[in-house]
Every structure is written in C-alpha cells, then in structure tokens.
Design a binder for this molecule. Structure first.
Ligand code: NG6
Ligand code: CA
Length: 507
C-alpha cells in the first residue's frame, strides 16, 4: 500500500515538473512574441569609467554589472550631448539636439522644449497600447513661459507622451526643490504657496551668497541662491516649505515610485523611464551609503545608485516580468568631479578614473563628454556579449519602434534593433556629437572636431573642453585617449570628414 502511494506521489511529481516546464516554455515563447515591457534606466553624469563592468577597480557596482555582463555591454555608445537637457531631448525625440536651439542646460523655470505635436518615444509606444511612465529627473522644461507652481504645471511630461509622471523639474541643484506628480507639486499647502525666480531673490530670503553660515554644503562656483536643507541652489524660491524634498532620501523615493510603477502596470506592456538623480550634484547619498566608497559623496552616490538598480531588478523578478522586459541602461553625459560644491570628489578620488581612458569629461567635445556606459539586457532573449558597434541613444526611437512593429518617421534616429538585441555588430557609419553648442563628427574610427573659438579648458570644473583654433582629427581605434591630432598628417581623411560633417550638419 505504502509502495503504491509512493508511486502515485512520484507520478504526480513528474506531472508537475512536466506541466511547470510547459508553462515556462509558454512564457519564454510569449516573451519573444508579445510586446515586451521597456525600461530605460538613466543615470545623471555617470562616466565611462565609473562602473566595475567598464573597468573601475576601486568602485564596485555589482548590480549594474549584472546588466552589463548578462546583457550586451556597448563600448562605442554615445549620449547625443555632453550635458543633460540636450541628451534627454535627443533620446526621447530621436532628433539631434543641435537642431533645437533651446536644447541647452535649462533653468528650473524654462518652458517645455519638446513640441506638443512632436514625435516622442513614449507617444510612439502609446500608439501600440503601451502604458508609459517617467520617474526621476526631467530637465526638459515645463509650462509655456511663466509657470504658476501652485496650479497644474502644464505642458510637461504628461503632454508629450507619459501617462504618469513623478519628477524633479530640472536638477537637484536647481529650484524648485519639490517633486511634481502629474503636473502638481506634491505635498504643497495652499496656505504657503510656492514662488520661483531665476533672476532676482525674494525679499528677506537667505541665499548661499549672503548667508554662507546657514549652509552645510559649501558652494564652489554658481550654486549660491536659495538654501534648502542646508544646500545652496541655483535660482531663488520662497514658500512651499511643506513640499520640499529631503535630498538624502531622493534616491529611495524615486526607487519606490519606479517599483510601484512596475507593480501597478505589470499586467499590460509598459514603458518606464527611470531617470535617477545620481551622481549629479549636490551628491547626497542616504546615510546608509555615506563613507561606503571611501571616495566621498560622489562614490557613495554611485554605490547608492547601484543598490537602487539591484532593488529595482529584484522587483521586476518578483513581479514576474523580468523575462519580458527589455532594459536599457545609460547615462546622460560624462563625469565631472567638482561641479560647483566642495564635496571631496576631487580630494578623495584616489586612483579611480571616472572617464576611464577617455579625454575630457562633462561639457567636453572630447570623448568623455558623450561616450557613456550603455547596455541592453533582456533575460532569456539577449545573449551576453560585448559590442563595439557605434550606436547612440538617439537611435532608441527608431529601434524601439521596430521592436513594437512600427516604422518611425525620422531623419536622425536610425534603426539598430538587431544591434541592440545582439544579432548584428553593424552600427552607425557616422554620428554627430554635441557639447555646449559645439558639434563634432564621429566617422568610423575617426573623430573630427572643427575649430572653435572660446576656451579649451574650464578651470572651475577642471575639464578640457576640446575647443581649438585648428581642426582636430583622432583615430579612436589606435588613440582612444585623443593624444595625437592627425589633422595635418592625414589631410585626405580630414577632407573626407569635413565633407561628411558639412553634409550632415547642413552648413
Ligand atoms: C551648470 C551647473 C552645474 C550643473 C549643470 C547641469 C553652475 C556653475 N553649474 O550650469 O552644477 O547643474 O549646469 O548639469 O551653475 S546637467 O547634467 O543637468 O546638464
Ligand atoms: Ca547630466
């Protein structure tokens, strides 16, 4: 009798295993045929050399490394620009930012620079039935000119394709220092309205310039306006105290919102743009991370971001959508150490090289301005690889359109879905790069920078900007550090690059 029961139990077990493997086969199949969820994880000012997967040794980023090592790690991938606003504009619209003269670092009071009729990545996905959300840094302008922050702030992300938005308006170092949820300042008390001004201060409001004794973080350049949480900001603000964010829990707050977005939308395809605040200034890691990198707040903020991403990935797994989600990881521009506050980023750097082997940094037309970590990850669909293909964040629009069965009408964005999924290594032939209104051409292995007036070096941030009165031509295959200007030696290649550049730039 006992033996018979044993046999029945064994049979049931075998049946369960067969059934469960059928289900997982079914899921596997549907993950490739159904519309996958799409998540863009975007960091702010993370450099090419800041991740252990990209060669950092003193900073360890195990969670981001999983995306790099189990997905495709791109080594020749670019943001469209060396600063935030233009990069984000390029990625979300698929249009080169230098085509829009408003696409430059914006104050927190600037109007929205994406046209309400303009094509955007989330709009395109909505047409295919996607739910769309943004959590984190926006920095593409809000409203049409004069914003009343006490009313619905519109147009904004919700008017250019996002069903749901939970954002910081500009940057963590700019006013207003509040979260905005679907156009409304979160936690605002109508008896204490909020006002923002970028030209002049409000009477009696302390500033970093006049009241340094009230600051806990000291400003180095800029950043001497209204003080919030001891941190002097860019711009002036009064009122709205109940709505102010706590800088040290910003990362946790965005993480929870990103996790909740997944939990609340997992039943149907979703697109989530998770735009983290780290490691942009002011670097305010939660006390849990303070001192963990030995590199001061910049290193600690990167470790905090790595933890957030690990937690976010756990949520995707726990909610059962990891195998049906394409994750794209990147950064909006290259690294900077001192970006306006004394925060030990320079003093405690040690041997760490945020730019890796690249020259320049944030704001620079040299490589470190725009060449950034970039990975694609889709568990069960993308095979681990390293790709040297030349690609740009601007190509996500056309490539994602292809993924969901649409054809994007676009001049600048190119479809490299096969490259992003690891089925091809053939990327772009040409790419125009931008840094603070200057442009350069990447052509194959070559990088050509036309002559530019203006300083070649910014002493405040200690970064070479890449401007020179002469043409510069570098062969990045042999000279990734851009040490040998071949413009005089290789006139033929220079002429070829100038022609292509003029053709693409249209002047
Ligand atoms: C600069 C700020 C810098 C940073 C940057 C925007 C000064 C002196 N410097 O103007 O601190 O906020 O703008 O960074 O104010 S970005 O990553 O959003 O482009
Ligand atoms: Ca940035």
């Amino acid at each position: 009798m006992k033996k018979q029961i044993r046999i029945v139990i064994d049979k049931l077990l075998v049946l369960t295993i067969i059934l469960s493997s059928c289900t997982s086969f079914g899921q596997q199949k549907s993950s490739q045929t159904d519309k996958p969820n799409i998540v863009i994880i975007y960091l702010d000012d993370l450099g090419y050399g800041d991740l252990s997967a990209y060669g950092a040794t003193t900073l360890k980023t195990p969670n981001i490394d999983v995306i790099a090592n189990e997905g495709i790690k791109f080594t020749n991938a670019y943001a469209t620009s060396a600063t935030c606003t233009p990069s984000r504009y390029g990625m979300l619209t698929g249009v080169y930012p230098w085509r829009n003269k408003e696409a430059k670092i914006l104050p927190g009071s600037a109007p929205l620079i994406i046209g309400e009729n303009q094509q955007t990545l989330p709009k395109l996905l909505k047409k295919e039935g996607y739910q769309t959300g943004i959590v984190g840094k926006w920095h593409l302008g809000l409203g049409t000119g004069i914003v009343d922050w006490n009313k619905n702030v519109t147009p904004g992300p919700n008017e250019v394709g996002f069903d749901e938005s939970y954002i910081l308006a500009a940057t963590q170092d700019r006013v207003p220092t509040v979260y905005i949820k679907n156009g409304l300042v979160e936690g605002l008390n109508s008896e204490d309205p909020i006002f923002v001004d970028y030209e002049k201060n409000f009477d009696g409001q302390p500033t970093g310039l006049e009241n340094p004794e009230l600051t806990t973080m000291k400003w180095h350049h800029g950043h001497n306006g209204t003080i919030v949480n001891g941190i002097p900001r860019i711009g002036f603000m009064k009122g709205g105290a109940s709505a102010y964010w706590f800088d040290t829990d910003m990362a946790d707050n965005f993480l929870v919102h990103a996790q909740n977005y997944v939990k609340n939308h997992k039943k149907n395809p979703f697109f989530l743009y998770y735009a983290l605040n780290q490691p942009h200034v002011p670097r305010t890691p939660n006390p849990r991370f303070v001192g963990k990198s030995g590199m001061g707040p910049r290193g600690d903020a990167i470790l905090e971001a790595d933890w957030c991403i690990g937690e976010f990935m756990k949520t995707l797994k726990q909610e059962g959508v990891l195998e049906n989600t394409l994750i794209i990881f990147s950064s909006d521009n290259g690294p900077v150490l001192n970006d306006g506050y004394y925060d030990d980023a320079v003093e405690k750097l040690g041997n760490h090289k945020p730019t890796g082997k690249l020259r320049g940094g944030k704001y620079s037309i040299f490589e470190a301005g725009t060449r950034v970590p970039f990975m694609t990850y889709w568990k069960g669909t993308i095979k681990p690889a390293v790709s040297e293909a030349l690609v740009c964040q601007i190509d996500l629009l056309a490539s994602i359109a292809k993924l969901v069965g649409r054809k994007a009408v676009t001049t600048d964005s190119q479809d490299f879905l096969n490259v992003f999924l690891g089925n091809s290594n053939k990327g772009r032939n040409n790419l125009i790069l931008e840094a603070t209104s200057r442009t350069a051409l990447r052509h194959g292995d070559w990088l050509m920078i036309p002559p530019y007036k203006g300083p070649s070096y910014n002493p405040e941030v200690n970064i070479e900007l890449g401007s020179s009165s002469e043409y510069q031509l570098y062969n990045l295959k042999n000279d990734i550090g851009q040490n040998h200007n071949l413009a005089k030696e290789n006139k033929k290649k220079l002429e070829e690059c100038i022609k292509i550049f003029i053709n693409l730039r249209g002047k």
